[in-house]
Design a protein around this ligand. Structure first.
Ligand code: FPP
Length: 249
C-alpha cells in the first residue's frame, strides 16, 4: 500500500490517503452497454478499450503501482469470430501504441496468459513491449490478461513443479505456497489488494484465483464503458474503510 497526496476537490487543500498497491478489474458490461444503445457488441469493446486507457493513466497518476485487467479469458474464444477479431485488433492497436509511448508515460505494459495460441504478430508486439519495459526504471505496471484463465494458470504451474519433482530437482515436501506463487504468470508482482467488477455481476469468473485469496472485492452496477475515475475513487474509498485482517483478528 502506498501513500500519496491528492488535492481535495472542494477546497483545494492537499489530503493524504492510502491507495491500493495493486488494483485488478474484470472489465465487464461492454456488450450490454452497446445493446442499450442499439450498437453492435464490438462498439462496447471499443469504448471499453478507451476506458481501460483512461483508468490505467488515472491509476498511475494517483500512485497505484500495478493495474491488471481481464481482457480476454480462455473461454472467450467461443464468442463470434467477428467479436474475437475486434478484440484482437484492439489489442494490436493498444500494444503498438504502448511500445511508442510507454517510456514517456511511465507505465510499462505487459501481457500475461497462455500466449502460445495468439497470432504471431501479436506475440511479436508483446515481445517488443517486454523489451521496452525492460529499459524502464521502476515504472507503474499495466497488465493485460489475454487468453487467461485462473485454473489454466494453476494447472500450468502444477505441471512445471511436477516436472521438477520428476527430474529430482525438487522434493515434494519442499513445495510451499511460495513455490506455487513463483510459477504463476504473476510471479514478479504482488497479489491484488482490490478487485473491481463492474456491470452488476457478482462472481470471480476464473480471474486471479490463487492471487485473490486475500483481495477485497468491489462490485458496482456501472458498465465498464461508463466507468470513470470517480467510480474508481468510490472503490478506493470503500477499500480504505475495510479492515484487512489476512486471517488474523
Ligand atoms: C466482458 O464484457 C468483456 C470482455 C470479454 C472483453 C474486455 C475487453 C475490452 C474492454 C477491450 C480491451 C482492450 C484493450 C486494449 C485493453 P462482455 O462483452 O461479456 O459484456 P456483457 O456481459 O455485457 O455482454
Amino acid at each position: 500500500m502506498a501513500l500519496f497526496n491528492i488535492l481535495k476537490k472542494e477546497d483545494g487543500t492537499p489530503q493524504q490517503r492510502p491507495v491500493p498497491q495493486h488494483i485488478a478489474v474484470i472489465m465487464d458490461g461492454n456488450g450490454r452497454w452497446a445493446k442499450k444503445r442499439g450498437l453492435p457488441r464490438t462498439a462496447g469493446h471499443k469504448v471499453g478499450a478507451e476506458t481501460f486507457r483512461n483508468i490505467a493513466t488515472y491509476c498511475k497518476d494517483i500512485g497505484v503501482k500495478y493495474f491488471t485487467v481481464y481482457a480476454f479469458s480462455t473461454e472467450n474464444w467461443k464468442r463470434p469470430a467477428e467479436e474475437v477479431d475486434t478484440l484482437m485488433n484492439l489489442f494490436r492497436r493498444y500494444l503498438k501504441e504502448a511500445i511508442e509511448t510507454m517510456a514517456e508515460r511511465g507505465v510499462s505494459v505487459r501481457v500475461i496468459g497462455d500466449l502460445s495460441v495468439l497470432a504471431e504478430d501479436i506475440r511479436e508486439l508483446i515481445a517488443d513491449c517486454d523489451r521496452e519495459s525492460a529499459k524502464m526504471e521502476d515504472p507503474a505496471v499495466a497488465t493485460l490478461c489475454i487468453n487467461y484463465g485462473g485454473r489454466d494458470e494453476i494447472k500450468n504451474a502444477v505441471r512445471a513443479i511436477a516436472q521438477q519433482v520428476q527430474s529430482g530437482a525438487l522434493q515434494p515436501e519442499d513445495i510451499t505456497e511460495d513455490t506455487i506463487s513463483r510459477h504463476l504468470y504473476t510471479a514478479d508482482m504482488p497479489d491484488p489488494d482490490l478487485i473491481i467488477r463492474p456491470s452488476g455481476e457478482i462472481r470471480t469468473s476464473n480471474f486471479l484465483l490463487w492471487q485473490s485469496a486475500y483481495a477485497e472485492y468491489y462490485f458496482t452496477d456501472v458498465l465498464w464503458p461508463d466507468f470513470k475515475p470517480e467510480h474508481l475513487e468510490a472503490a478506493i474509498e470503500d477499500f480504505n474503510r475495510r479492515q484487512r485482517r489476512f486471517g488474523g483478528v
